[in-house]
Design a protein around this ligand. Structure first.
Ligand SMILES: C[S@@+](CC[C@H](N)C(=O)[O-])C[C@H]1O[C@@H](n2cnc3c(N)ncnc32)[C@H](O)[C@@H]1O
Length: 377
């Protein structure tokens, strides 16, 4: 693969959030973003792959499509896999793990397909097969065989991108940073208004909002799988990081979290400290009934209250949602509300004037929905 050539880059997100991710990619100036199931495709070369990993808040991972060929049987897969110019993208000293999937194809045994491709790479390039000890350092190549077409994509991220590299501690049912960022975007948050999360758990919404306002790049503190590829150019990567880390003016507003649980508040403070936004946030321990708006202009209340995963639990949560709704309606005139929950009846029980709900989003096996209001009366 020519280092300047453009190829397809697949930016993965949680199903349901594709349009929001597409809007983010457009705003960041990526070329030709097209939402597809499970993500958004853009065009670009390796610098765009690096930039997507560094800057896109809503991306779970970034895959580089490095090749495709037809394969009707395993011997053909083996032969064609040997012709891929692996040395352009893979290093002979870095183990490669192949993950294959087959759909509607004559090759139906994903394990056998992965084994053929792994062997082709080992024999043609010399890259070692991964052992258990390489779980964190192996590069992952995804081979999707769909309708007899084998598409090869390299995982350029490594650990999921919701791991920004600051959070050591999570509370119960934490929101993933990637989803929190896209929910903030869907609520129209652009960094210029205050944010309140009255059930903040480990502080995800508040810390993401503060980072957005401060212009801090989501990938600034972590490493990526692309650093172990043959296409990696450390000097160009350093130049990109410096160029994109433009000093933003300090935010004029603050970001507030509260939770009735003292442990949650301690975690949130620690997470904000590690993310470098402690000076922009305030966390206080109190129940939702004691919530009051901070001084200054109105902004956005965003919250994901507990939701009962099991039958019967939702009923017990009704009073909590009712208190949330009453408190916001009584004290938060002019503020907008974004509420993330899995239960439409609980959302309705708040009495908040929500518009039509967005598409549900899959979050750790639960389908959650974002409900939004305009400015409250
Ligand atoms: C689903 S978790 C929120 C997770 C959070 N978004 C995060 O990313 O970590 C719900 C939170 O609501 C808090 N909570 C439950 N009842 C509350 C109440 N009456 N007042 C304030 N917080 C409450 C819980 O302590 C828990 O941290």
């Amino acid at each position: 693969m020519d280092s300047d050539a453009a190829f397809e880059i697949f930016v993965v997100t949680a199903p349901g959030l594709e349009p929001a991710l597409c809007a983010e990619l457009q705003a960041l100036g990526f070329a030709d973003p097209v939402p597809v199931k499970g993500g958004v495709t853009v065009r670009g070369g390796w610098p765009e792959v690096w930039r997507a990993n560094l800057e896109v808040r809503g991306a779970t991972r970034v895959l580089a499509r490095i090749g495709a060929f037809r394969a009707f049987h395993l011997a053909q897969l083996d032969k064609r896999a040997r012709r891929v110019p692996w040395g352009d993208v893979l290093r002979p000293d870095v183990p490669v793990r192949v993950e294959a999937s087959c759909k509607g194809s004559r090759i139906y045994h994903a394990g056998a397909a992965a084994q053929r491709i792994e062997r082709a790479i080992r024999e043609e390039l010399g890259a070692p097969a991964p052992t258990d000890a390489d779980a964190d350092t192996a590069v992952v190549l995804k081979a999707r065989i769909d309708d007899d077409l084998c598409t090869l994509s390299l995982d350029t991220s490594g650990e999921s991108l919701h791991k920004r590299g600051h959070k050591e501690a999570v509370h119960k049912a934490p929101m993933r940073e990637t989803m929190a960022a896209l929910f903030l975007r869907l609520c129209g948050f652009d960094g210029a208004e205050p944010v309140v999360d009255p059930m903040c758990g480990s502080g995800t919404f508040v810390i993401e909002a503060a980072e957005i306002a401060a212009g801090l790049l989501p990938g600034r503190s972590r490493h990526f799988a692309f650093e172990r590829l043959a296409s990696f150019d450390p000097a160009a990567w350093e130049r990109l990081r410096v160029r994109e880390t433009a000093a933003a003016p300090p935010p004029a507003v603050r970001f507030h979290g509260s939770d009735r649980d003292a442990g949650a508040i301690a975690l949130s403070r620690g997470n904000a400290e590690r993310a470098g936004v402690a000076g922009l946030v305030a966390f206080r321990q109190h129940a939702i009934s004691d919530l009051t708006p901070p001084d200054g202009p109105p902004g956005l209340v965003i919250v994901n209250p507990p939701y009962g995963a099991r039958i019967g639990e939702a009923r017990q949560l009704l009073p909590l949602y009712q208190t949330l709704g009453k408190t916001l309606l009584a004290r938060f005139g002019g503020w907008r509300v974004g509420l993330v929950t899995s239960d439409a009846a609980l959302a309705r029980s708040t009495g908040l004037p929500f518009g039509p709900p967005d598409a549900p989003v899959s979050h750790g096996g639960v389908r959650v929905t974002l409900y939004r209001t305009g400015p409250l009366p």
